[in-house]
Write a protein that binds this ligand. Structure first.
Ligand SMILES: Nc1ncnc2c1ncn2[C@@H]1O[C@H](COP(=O)(O)OP(=O)(O)OP(=O)(O)O)[C@@H](O)[C@H]1O
Length: 275
């Protein structure tokens, strides 16, 4: 069981953010989302929006639907055969599930970083260059080089890899591989970055590095992160949504959720009474 239930534990790398959530219009607006696996309903009528330039954490006990909900945001559930999503997800006013939307393009606008780092079996350079190439984002080799460098810099990896760009991505450490995957997502100019427990396969030092990076990236992107760690949610997010049994129980500023939750179920979860 995950024992990491307290936001203020010793050794926290960043202090819990006390910033108020931004008032900007939502980057993604989800209305009345219902998700089914065959006849089983995994998400029940969830309405939730995600602002730009902020990190929103999705927390809740195992099986409560965090990953299922996250996957709705870039239509990754389309790839699961018996999965059906109902409701509206608006991005810039357009429903992402509309037939006219190309899911491949959508996934470049809404990038995703997974639990286990999953670099392509290619060089460090090609891991980053692949997306810009297929999306036609570079008009010359110099352009592509510049995108690769900028993405690696933004992901805080450039200094560590600049002299071995032709080495395989898989030759990097786990934490470096996860930053490579973040750089790969950034390279196609996303507006939103989804992270599904991005640190769960990493040691504390690599985790701290990724958390610092998330804090840096939120100045530019709308970030949604699923995490089992209360400490992590408190450290990196400005807003937190608590899920239970496929329902959204409470959503608010991270500080409020952890210090003064409105719902008893939220309080029970964050104080470690269940989950
Ligand atoms: N591919 C699938 N087919 C059928 N049911 C699924 C599938 N994926 C998830 N589920 C079910 O949907 C529910 C929500 O699962 P989900 O993985 O979204 O929860 P979670 O909160 O992310 O869990 P965890 O924290 O353990 O990763 C669970 O009951 C799970 O068994």
């Amino acid at each position: 069981m995950d024992t990491d239930h307290r936001p203020q534990a010793e050794g926290a790398v960043l202090t819990p953010s006390a910033e108020a959530p931004p008032v900007a219009a939502p980057r993604i607006d989800c209305r009345d989302i219902r998700v089914f696996y065959g006849a089983d309903q995994a998400i029940h009528n969830v309405s939730l929006s995600f602002p730009d330039r902020a990190v929103t954490a999705l927390i809740g006990p195992s099986g409560c639907g965090k990953s299922t909900f996250l996957r709705c945001l870039n239509r990754m559930n389309d790839t699961i055969e018996n999965c059906r999503v109902e409701g509206q997800i608006l991005m810039d006013g357009q429903d992402i599930n509309d037939h006219s939307i190309d899911p491949v393009l959508l996934r470049s606008r809404v990038g995703m970083v997974f639990q286990k780092p999953n670099p392509f079996p290619k060089s460090i350079y090609d891991n980053i260059a692949y997306g810009p190439r297929i999306h036609g984002l570079a008009s010359s080799r110099e352009d592509l080089d510049a995108i690769v460098e900028k993405s690696l810099r933004r992901a805080g990896l450039w200094e560590e890899v600049k002299d071995r760009l032709q080495a395989p991505g898989t030759s990097l450490s786990g934490g470096q591989q996860q930053r490579l995957c973040i750089a790969r997502a950034i390279a196609v100019r996303p507006e939103v970055i989804l992270m599904d427990e991005p640190c769960s396969a990493l040691d504390p030092v690599a985790t701290a590095r990724i958390e610092e990076l998330i804090d840096e990236l939120r100045k530019r992107y709308c970030i949604v992160i699923v995490t089992h760690s209360m400490q992590q949610a408190a450290r990196v997010s400005q807003r937190t949504a608590f899920f239970h049994l496929g329902n959204l129980i409470e959503m608010g500023e991270t500080e409020q959720i952890f210090t003064n939750p409105r719902e008893k179920r939220t309080e029970d979860y964050i104080t470690g009474r269940f989950g």
